[in-house]
Design a protein around this ligand. Structure first.
Ligand code: MTE
Length: 332
């Protein structure tokens, strides 16, 4: 099914707030810097950066990935963007193996085109949506988000995508829809890890509808000004920056609207360790380790003093009201 779109209908003019003082030296880093928007004003015009980014993209996606500046508060200031080489080689994508280096090594087999996403359940406009239509549904933005993994490490990544709420509005949820389930690809032919019993495949994640509608929740198609590398969840993934990284499902194939809390992969595997909410919270420890601190990949060495983890990963001002009155220890 095709989505009839009028991209302009979704463009809200808003103040830009891209800042970050990454100190990159090499030409490669400079290009990354430009792609992140860190030095946009000083180093290149927006149009030039746009052209640069588009030159890296497969022809079919160039027009669709035309981006505009970050509009949603939550973009980081004064934090160094993680180097691309770390963000694309230190990954969790168990479908390609459980070692951090496995996804970059093995994900070349993932076939990302053609790609469709089934959108179903309690909505007025269910259907199978082609990636190309999803790409065009709304203007792409570049957003620099912290990603905090439940294992105790973090990164700062410039994603490219748009708020999931844009898509949700298009498919018109019914009043009875309370949750959204995200199902990701499980193809034993191209994903060697799917043969293992480490998780009950496919990898499924879920959000409450209001969490999914929050403007920070990003449907991402790219990072660092390029289309997503396979190991980071190509061709499209979720990024929910105030929750532990495992809530951000990669390589999405189905989005389902339900009235019941979805059974999620990690919750099924160990309910006492991985709650449905999984909001980043330094005051609620994992049963086997503390969540009070974290190590920034590429910056903090193994013996460096760890940095403090922030409530809701630093996005408390934006998302705190979603959990007003809730016992965060009970609903971890
Ligand atoms: N999505 C799928 N399909 N499979 C996975 O194993 N791992 C999750 C999440 N999404 C995972 C997934 C975890 S634990 C984390 S921390 C993030 O992806 C890591 O994203 P990154 O590798 O892009 O940093």
């Amino acid at each position: 099914m095709l989505i009839k779109t009028n991209a302009n209908a979704f463009v809200h003019p808003v103040p830009s707030e891209i800042t970050s003082p990454a100190a990159c030296q090499s030409r490669r880093d400079l290009i990354r810097l430009m792609a992140t928007g860190v030095a946009g004003a000083a180093l290149a015009s927006w149009a030039a950066r746009e052209a640069l980014a588009q030159a890296w993209m497969p022809p079919g996606q160039q027009a669709a990935l035309s981006r505009r500046k970050t509009s949603v508060s939550g973009a980081l200031t004064l934090e160094k963007v993680t180097e691309y080489k770390h963000a694309s080689t230190y990954n969790n994508f168990y479908e390609f193996g459980t070692d951090k280096a496995d996804p970059a090594r093995n994900a070349h087999t993932l076939k990302t085109s053609p790609w469709t996403v089934e959108i179903e359940g309690l909505i007025k406009k269910p259907g199978r949506y082609a990636l190309e239509d999803l790409l065009k549904l709304s203007a792409q933005e570049e957003r620099i988000y912290r990603l905090r993994c439940v294992e105790g490490w973090s990164m700062v990544i410039p994603w490219v995508g748009y708020s999931l709420s844009e898509l949700i509005k298009k498919v018109e949820p019914l009043g009875s829809a309370k949750y959204v389930e995200f199902v990701t690809l499980a193809d034993p032919k191209t994903m060697p890890g799917v043969g293992s019993r480490v998780l009950d495949w496919p990898y499924v994640e879920g959000l409450r509808l209001d969490e999914a509608m929050h403007p920070l929740t990003l449907l991402a198609f790219g990072m660092y000004g390029e289309v997503l590398p396979r190991q980071n969840g190509a061709p499209l993934r979720l990024v929910v920056p105030w929750k532990y990284g495992f809530k951000s499902g990669k390589s999405l194939v189905k989005i389902r609207f339900t009235d019941k809390q979805p059974a999620t992969a990690w919750n099924k595997a160990a309910a006492n360790e991985y709650g449905f909410y999984s909001n980043v919270n330094p005051n609620v420890d994992h049963p086997r380790w503390s969540q009070a601190t974290e190590r920034r990949i590429g910056e903090d060495g193994l013996f460096a003093k760890k940095r403090k983890t922030l409530l809701f990963n630093g996005y408390e001002a934006q998302v705190g009201q979603l959990y007003a009155g809730m016992d965060l220890k009970k609903y971890f």
